[in-house]
Design a binder for this molecule. Sequence first.
Ligand code: AMP
Length: 139
Amino acid sequence: MPTETIFQKILKHEVPSEVVYEDDGALAFMDIVPNARGHVLVIPKGETGENLTDTDETAMAPVWRAVHHIAPRIIEAVEAAGFNVIMNNGHAAGQRVFSPHVHIVPRFDGDGLEPWPKIERSVEEIAADAVIIRAALKE
Ligand code: AMP
């Protein structure tokens, strides 16, 4: 039995959190070390694995529904100009809590959160990547 993550403990009310929204399938609460004012995390209530790769779509569907419902309202509440919806999957992607969660990060004009750097990739290399990905998606 793997060790419970902090988010699983939040779900069971074993650890305090600032819950802002809850429905049958999802729970949303304030990120305790936010990247921006109003940074909220949304987690599924159903059975999950560590991230999107090993979690059933039926568990994740309520999370995407909740994000769609609450993100515009959060943005209005904190008077942000936009928002990012981010899900880190795997250590290399920056995931640090290994149960699935989606970040809603409000954005403010000139907030200094720099976008990810672009990489050099030729048109031919991109086309070759598309061939590999298309083949993988047919499997
Ligand atoms: P990730 O890097 O995608 O795994 O994101 C984990 C997020 O969880 C980070 O933004 C942390 O600030 C946040 N976090 C960690 N512990 C807690 C907690 N107890 N309550 C709320 N947010 C947390």
